[in-house]
Write a protein that binds this ligand. Structure first.
Ligand SMILES: Cc1ncc(COP(=O)(O)OP(=O)(O)O)c(N)n1
Ligand SMILES: Cc1nc(C(=O)O)sc1CCOP(=O)(O)O
Ligand SMILES: [Mg+2]
Length: 221
């Protein structure tokens, strides 16, 4: 069977994890392996303080794990690092590089995602040329992104009402306990940080989230 393209894997993705390099714990490889075995579809390295050289070293570790599990590797913010790491995905916020500039650097094969925090940003990202997916958040205020106001479930409902074929994810404060509210608002893909990075058992945490999302999907006609 041919290997699915990155776009096809993104379309199938339901659970997206952002993690730091776990430098103090020193367990990035084992952590990534557990999360991917549990059902994470995309792993992004999001470590805001890290130097580019250390970022590349951590991305090497994640790339090996993603390759072994057939999942997508994402880089946050930096197109140069995404290129150097051979990443599948670059994630851009509203204040990061514009999509056309990133696309010009990365070529057609790397997927590009966008963060959205307001209805107008969602409307734009759903049709923005060169973008492959978008995220809506924060759904709840979160210590992972301090100071960012939360547009909440209303923005999730707004994205769902668009009925866009472009994949989109809800992010911010999501855990197994409140996931049913996110699903009820119409999301079918989520991004989490603490729900897996701080879980005592990352495999179980990922598996429970993935199971809950997949269960919410309408059964085929
Ligand atoms: C998958 C995903 N969604 C949203 C974000 C947030 O991006 P941004 O708004 O640029 O904030 P930082 O993460 O860069 O602090 C993300 N990184 N990944
Ligand atoms: C990195 C990030 N971006 C957000 C956005 O709204 O774009 S919310 C967020 C943090 C999500 O972390 P947690 O799952 O620990 O709440
Ligand atoms: Mg950013």
């Amino acid at each position: 069977m041919p290997t699915p393209t990155a776009s096809a894997r993104l379309a199938d993705a339901r659970l997206y994890l952002c993690t730091d390099a776990r430098t103090t714990r020193g367990d990035l490889a084992a952590f990534a392996d557990a999360a991917l075995s549990g059902g994470v579809d995309v792993i992004q390295l999001r470590d805001k303080g890290i130097e580019a050289r250390q970022e590349l070293a951590a991305l090497d570790v994640l790339a090996e794990a993603c390759e072994r599990h057939g999942r997508l590797l994402a880089v946050n913010d930096r197109a140069d690092v995404a290129h150097a790491a051979g990443a599948d995905v670059l994630h851009l916020g509203q204040d990061d590089l514009p999509v056309p500039a990133a696309r010009a650097l990365l070529g057609p094969d790397v997927l590009i995602g966008r963060s959205c925090h307001a209805e107008a940003e969602v409307d734009a990202a759903a049709v923005e040329p060169g973008a492959d997916y978008f995220c809506t958040g924060p759904v709840w205020p979160t210590p992972t992104k301090p100071g960012r106001p939360a547009p909440g479930l209303d923005l999730v409902r707004h994205a769902a009402a668009l009925g866009t074929p472009r994949p989109w994810f809800a992010i911010g404060g999501i855990d197994l306990g409140n996931l049913p509210e996110v699903l009820a608002a119409g999301a079918r893909r989520i991004v989490v940080v603490r729900a897996i990075t701080e879980a005592p058992d990352p495999y179980e945490a990922a598996a429970a989230l993935a199971r809950t999302i997949r269960r919410a999907e309408p059964s085929p006609a």
